[in-house]
Design a protein around this ligand. Sequence first.
Ligand code: Q0Z
Length: 286
Amino acid sequence: MPEAVHVASGKVREIFELDSERLLLVASDRISTFDVVLPTDIPDKGRVLTGLSGFWFARTREIVPNHLLALREDGRSTEARRLSMLPIECVVRGYLAGSGWKDYSATGEVCGHRLPEALRESDRLPEPIFTPATKAQTGHDENIDRERAAELVGGELLAEVERISLELYRAASEFAAERGILIADTKFELGLDAEGTLTLGDEALTPDSSRFWPADTYEPGRPQPSFDKQYVRDYCESLGWDKTPPGPELPPEVVEGTRARYVEAFERLTDLTFDDYLAEPEAVLS
Ligand code: Q0Z
């Protein structure tokens, strides 16, 4: 990337600066499980996530403007408008899983939302809830209530962020459920553009920023299998690995099975073949 300066690394993505107004987000084929990046890549995973994110940006632009300027021919790179990101993660939950289930089990509440009694793990919530979190530099994001979130972004902006986040989740989860994928929860990153307009950034509604569950085996009262990463988790569990780095290498059948699940999610949601995407990434935008 000789024309671009590297500005940040995520666990499985990189950001470069193209000029003062534009960034390049590059999604690698790396995969993490139990918070550890594994030494084995999943071929095309970064392309699937970039394509899905682009698909959702195009489909939600009437709800909120987004940072996408172009998808590059490599299928894994997004040219994006540089934003001033808000200091909160905008999480929406439609089902009780992860830290939401943990907090509910301990207190009956999630981020200040008092929930009905006797909910089970993975239960669908009566309605989706906005559960903001702070961006932890290391380790895990911390769930916060709306009072704390309002201190961080201001009460007026927070109300708009909550409304937009819930609307995005409702539109996407309804669309995905019709295609056999439950989006249990999802995290949005919003920012302000140069004019001060609230804008959707980062990646959106991918299996890395959300919990995707297969609808056909959904059964509350237990953890749900992950649509994309279940083979990887099952294989890692079968090894008795202690979940500290370094993670194990994955055998070819786990790599192939996992790649197939990512491609299946892409094809179910977009109604394109993944080969269509590889031939012309911006096909997801129309
Ligand atoms: C996104 C992240 C990644 C590491 C900063 N449009 C934008 N404007 C300003 N900042 C960002 C964006 Cl998307 C921004 N992240 C998250 C993404 C690698 C961290 F690909 N950090």
